[in-house]
Design a protein around this ligand. Structure first.
Ligand code: IPE
Ligand code: IPE
Ligand code: MG
Length: 246
């Protein structure tokens, strides 16, 4: 198999972000509990990460748990947290083999202590890997992130370290959890839902969006390749005319 010859390796999105959705429906279709869907979603994560590395995409961001997901039944939240810890422990080896650096965005302090510890350990172990930065959005929501950025800027102004005149888009972006990451050029959402669900609202300003009805546990690297091919057919105009960007 491998990479389709039709993919232009000189026109790859540098950053792909994915809303991994549909685990619960996938399990329900099979007459199983929702947690079974989450467990099978791990396989999709591994294959997608390997696909991104194979293609040469340097930044991959996965929405794994939103601030709003805390409102789910307690047993589902607990199962997701346990799955997170066991997956990180098991997958660190694969990350090392593939040259993947683990990174996170979101409110890590709100996660159970064991999750927080495993994550920090995995980030430390993988910190020198150069092929791909895998960012997991955990206990993340964009409005939370933007609010935190505003608080941080206000604190700098109050302390006399920042003049309000100096506030611009770059300074603001540097106060977000995603500081240092380029904006995503392609955002994929699985499961057929056509919404953003509080994900990277600032960063997605000019991102190409790709929606697929596939449920997350069925997603594989070939689906990532399909999304990249679709992305490469688009003309990104950034407000200009077609003639200008040609
Ligand atoms: C995505 O699948 C995983 C998380 C949000 C944690 P869902 O659990 O949202 O599955 P559906 O959307 O209910 O099918
Ligand atoms: C978005 O999926 C969050 C993650 C994939 C982690 P949800 O299933 O929580 O989103 P809604 O509720 O359908 O918008
Ligand atoms: Mg969902």
């Amino acid at each position: 198999m491998g990479i389709p010859a039709t993919i232009d390796l000189n026109n790859l999105p540098q950053h792909v972000a994915i809303i991994m959705d549909g685990n619960g429906r996938w399990a329900k279709e099979k007459g199983k509990l929702r947690v079974f869907g989450h467990q099978n979603g791990v396989l999709a994560v591994r294959d997608t990460v390997e696909g991104a590395v194979e293609l040469g995409i340097p930044y991959l961001t996965l929405y794994a748990f939103s601030t709003e997901n805390w409102n789910r039944p307690k047993h589902e939240v607990n199962a997701l947290m346990e799955l997170l810890v066991s997956t990180i422990t098991k997958e660190t080896k694969t990350l090392m083999e593939n040259g993947v650096r683990l990174n996170t965005i979101g409110d890590l302090n709100s996660l159970p202590k064991s999750c927080d510890r495993q994550l920090r350990e995995a980030m430390e172990k993988t910190k020198d890997n150069k092929r791909c930065t895998l960012t997991l959005a955990l206990s993340y929501s964009s409005r939370w992130e933007i609010t935190e950025a505003v608080k941080s800027i206000a604190a700098s102004v109050k302390a006399g370290d920042l003049n309000p005149e100096e506030i611009n888009e770059n300074l603001f972006a540097d106060r977000l959890n995603t500081a240092g990451l380029p904006d995503p050029e392609l955002m994929i959402r699985t499961s057929g839902e056509l919404r953003i669900s509080n994900f990277l609202l600032w960063q997605l300003a000019y991102t190409e969006l790709f929606f697929t009805p596939k449920l997350w546990p069925d997603f594989r690297r070939t689906d990532l390749f399909d999304a990249v091919l679709d992305y490469q057919k688009r003309e990104r105009r950034f407000g200009m005319t077609s003639e200008q960007v040609k």
